[in-house]
Design a protein around this ligand. Structure first.
Ligand SMILES: Nc1ncnc2c1ncn2[C@@H]1O[C@H](COP(=O)(O)OP(=O)(O)OP(=O)(O)O)[C@@H](O)[C@H]1O
Ligand SMILES: [Mg+2]
Length: 236
């Protein structure tokens, strides 16, 4: 079943049209990547989904038309967004950040057990549970940002370049952690990434954006085998 579908989506900042026609779909429980160069419109595509930019075309989530919905309604329907540059609250502790992620939930016992679950999954966070987010390493902050979004109990996790600013080995660890979360929880994911080698660690399929348009899509195996993808996004 399709969970999220974008059909010929356009978006503009003021008068400047940035998305010219983006189509993609995320199956329920699936993981889809968005690849593309700087400025291709990857972040804007995620903003279109989360309702923070003016959108044309059509976006549906679990059968509901969300094209014109604002960010709070979209979040309430079950889409959690980890923005570019992480989005943890630096002056709150790891535990407090996780609690903030769950602020709309009323199931206190389940919230506690979800926190325990995440701390088992991410031992680094467990060790730093009482530290302020600002005291964490970049990789730990990214794991916290993902965990915080997960605490909202979304059906779809939207991640904007989880590897941004991280050393290659740290980025790999973060992706391995995200992969564990995906396998364990079965949550659907839409992942923006410039480094296709990292994205292909977790996504089943991907779409390539060029200047605001989706120009190519396919399974990870298919895309990996294509010369133009290897040259542009796989370093060879
Ligand atoms: N708030 C804004 N106002 C006006 N133009 C913007 C705004 N944000 C982005 N843009 C423009 O929209 C285009 C797409 O930007 P976007 O951030 O979606 O690209 P991206 O693919 O995420 O790039 P990157 O890989 O650098 O993060 C760029 O030309 C950018 O300059
Ligand atoms: Mg971006």
């Amino acid at each position: 079943m399709t969970l999220l579908e974008l059909e010929d989506v356009t978006a503009a900042y003021g008068r400047v049209q940035v998305l010219e026609g983006v189509s993609l779909s995320v199956p329920d429980g699936g993981a889809v990547g968005i690849l593309g160069a700087n400025g291709a419109g990857k972040t804007t595509t995620l903003r279109a989904i989360s309702g923070t930019v003016r959108v044309g075309g059509r976006i549906t989530f679990d059968g509901t038309d969300i094209t014109k919905l604002g960010p709070e309604k979209v979040a309430a329907l079950g889409i959690a967004h980890v923005p570019e540059g992480r989005g943890t609250l630096p002056n709150l502790t790891v535990r407090e950040n996780l609690m903030v992620g769950a602020y709309l939930r009323r199931d206190a016992a389940q919230v506690r057990s979800d926190i325990d679950y995440l701390l088992e999954l991410f031992p680094n966070l467990k060790e730093r549970i009482g530290s302020n987010a600002s005291a964490l390493s970049g990789g730990e902050q990214q794991m916290l940002a993902v965990s915080r979004a997960f605490m909202a109990k979304p059906r779809l996790l939207v991640l904007d370049e989880p590897s941004l600013g991280l050393a290659p080995s740290t980025a790999k660890n973060v992706y391995d952690a995200i992969q564990r979360l995906r396998v364990e929880s079965g949550i659907a994911m839409l992942v923006v990434e410039q480094n296709a080698n990292l994205a292909f660690r977790i996504v089943d399929s991907a779409v390539v954006l060029e200047t605001g348009r989706s120009v190519l899509s396919g399974s990870s195996a298919e895309l990996r085998g294509r010369d133009e993808i290897r040259k542009a996004y796989l370093g060879g």
